[in-house]
Design a protein around this ligand. Structure first.
Ligand code: C2E
Ligand code: CA
Ligand code: CA
Ligand code: CA
Length: 278
């Protein structure tokens, strides 16, 4: 038995080493990609109940010549641990802000741009002036920008998080609670924090068309958002039955593969051009 334990231990440390090496490989590649400005952004439209495009979410993309496509679910946590989340976010926002300025130049009704902010960014005090700087650099009005946060921003210093959120509001940005319905903390923050938008998580949308428990939970989340006078957005809408259900329940905005996948800039621009009513 002793021998077996030893073997397990060796296997375990070997596995840990392998994982650590793999992480380090991604981290090193990420530093290079940041230096060469290789992070890309895809754009996923958000539509109203009549399916008109009213906004867009910027989503980070990374293709590395040797590692291949690395998904944000993988590289965002590594960026956070490696202290690279600020330079990465800066690169993403620069691109997205420039893109939004470009397409809004040609539109009568401007599109709102949503970007994702990691909770880590709330630990440094100067994130508000930093984003203000990026906005003025791009000459993009703050009123067109929605900042998507998750309730993890409240896990640390809640008072500090509130102060930062108020700073963003003072700039003129809107605030969205992302992944709503997946967290564990109390719902108290919905009253206490200056949120404008609630994004119902995809996991609550999956299966709602079958009128089971899923439908009940989604309905409750939507009506909670409504009674707090927030704009309610549903994400991960994949089929017409889900869209119809969510619209009947009073969702304001919809996002998901049914409407469009996240698209490279050129494809998204073409989609906007193809829209007749603008
Ligand atoms: P998220 O903010 O909740 O973004 C929605 C995710 O769902 C995106 O995955 C999107 O491509 C995907 N999605 C959209 N519609 C559908 C659908 O109908 N069905 C399904 N199955 N999926 C759908 P993506 O782009 O892989 O991003 C994953 C997560 O990575 C994001 O989740 C967000 O938390 C994070 N992320 C992406 N870009 C950034 C960024 O620039 N900064 C930060 N901090 N996080 C980011
Ligand atoms: Ca998001
Ligand atoms: Ca989300
Ligand atoms: Ca999500």
């Amino acid at each position: 038995a002793k021998g077996r334990g030893r073997n397990n231990f060796q296997f375990f440390t070997h596995e840990l080493n392998r994982l650590a090496n793999e992480r380090l490989t991604v981290e090193t590649a990420m530093r290079g990609a940041l230096e060469r400005d290789e992070f890309d952004v895809h754009y996923q439209p958000k539509v109203d109940h009549r399916r008109r495009i009213i906004g867009v979410e910027a989503l980070a993309r990374w293709f590395h010549p040797e590692l291949g496509t690395v998904t944000p679910d993988r590289f965002i946590p590594i960026a956070e641990e490696a202290g690279l989340i600020l330079p990465l976010t800066t690169a993403i926002l620069r691109r997205a802000f420039a893109a939004a300025r470009q397409w809004n130049r040609e539109r009568q009704t401007p599109l709102r741009l949503a970007v994702n902010l990691s909770p880590q960014l709330f630990l440094g005090e100067d994130i508000v002036p930093h984003i203000a700087g990026l906005l003025s650099e791009a000459q993009l009005p703050a009123s067109l920008v929605e900042l998507e946060i998750t309730e993890n921003v409240f896990l640390g210093d809640g008072e500090r998080a509130i102060a930062i959120l108020r700073g963003f509001k003072a700039l003129g940005c809107s605030l969205a609670m992302d992944d709503f319905g997946t967290g564990y903390s109390s719902l108290g923050y919905l009253r206490r924090f200056p949120l404008d938008i609630i994004k119902i998580d995809r996991s609550l949308v999956t299966g709602i068309e079958h009128e089971g428990d899923e439908a009940m939970i989604a309905r409750a989340a939507i009506s909670l958002g409504q009674s707090l006078l927030k704009t309610v957005v549903a994400e991960g809408v994949e089929n017409q039955a889900q869209f119809d259900f969510l619209r009947e329940q009073g969702c304001d905005e919809f996002q998901g593969y049914l409407l469009s996948r996240p698209l490279p800039y050129a494809d998204f621009a073409r989609l906007l051009d193809a829209e007749t009513d603008r």
